[in-house]
Design a protein around this ligand. Structure first.
Ligand code: C5P
Length: 227
């Protein structure tokens, strides 16, 4: 069977990665979470003093980009790939609120995007890939055979994210999570380079009132129509 490229884009916390992971597993495809890569660069920038709540040293970060080595390692026990930065498993740290607060700022930097897009394109050279992010259908793989644009109301998305963070033991308030989701969507949709937008040929998928099973079977159906 011919392998295809599947691009899943959309707003923050729409559950893109959950569906993308399930889909990759069902099709025996590779799954790539590009948000994790932007988060890892952000963590590096925070640790090295290139970004904080009130400062941003873009030239400093750009001159250090070559020192950031990113790769995914499949964790058999968990059943998904984890993000490694310079050989350190950063999966947990990159999901924390302090990274979420700064990641969209780092994602506006052209040199950061160029570096990550080039890695992502290499990962997808052989097709057989499900990649989720903000610019996959528009920039990374404009020729993808299947493009999904996921959306849901900000309140539904914040509720999901809030529960996830509480489950992980983070001490957060719902209002803070909602504000973060709205802020990131605003920055992501309004940035100059590769803003979050639906590709002309993407299928819009609003999952505000849809359970996981229902979402998965509908998206698998879209994929089977193309494969
Ligand atoms: O997908 P996730 O919410 O983890 O992504 C974190 C942030 O990384 C997004 O809010 C966005 O600023 C940035 N991002 C991006 N392009 C992608 C993936 C993520 O700009 N392809």
């Amino acid at each position: 069977m011919e392998k295809i490229t599947i691009a899943i884009d959309g707003y923050s916390s729409t559950g893109k990665s959950t569906i993308a992971k399930q889909l990759a597993k069902a099709l025996n495809y590779i799954y790539v979470d590009t948000g994790a890569m932007y988060r890892a660069v952000t963590l590096y920038a925070m640790r090295n003093g290139f970004i904080s709540e009130n400062s941003k040293d873009v030239p400093g970060l750009i001159s250090s980009l070559d020192k950031i080595n990113l790769h995914f390692v499949f964790n058999e026990t968990l059943g998904f790939s984890e993000m490694y930065m310079n050989n350190e498993n950063v999966e947990r740290e990159i999901r924390a609120m302090d990274v979420s607060r700064l990641v969209s700022k780092v994602a506006t930097i052209d040199a950061v995007r160029k570096k990550l897009v080039s890695i992502q394109q290499k990962m997808g050279e052989e097709k057989g890939i499900v990649m989720d992010g903000r610019d996959i259908g528009t920039v990374v793989f404009p020729e993808a055979e299947l493009k999904i644009f996921m959306t849901a109301s900000p309140e539904k998305r914040a509720t999901r994210r809030y529960k996830e963070l509480l489950d992980k033991g983070e001490n957060v308030k719902y209002a803070e999570v909602l504000k973060n989701v709205e802020n990131r969507d605003y920055i992501d949709s309004h940035r100059e380079i590769s803003p979050l937008k639906k590709a002309d040929d993407a299928i819009v998928f609003d999952n505000s009132d849809m359970g996981l099973e229902d979402q998965f079977s509908r998206i698998l159906h879209f994929a089977n129509r193309v494969i």
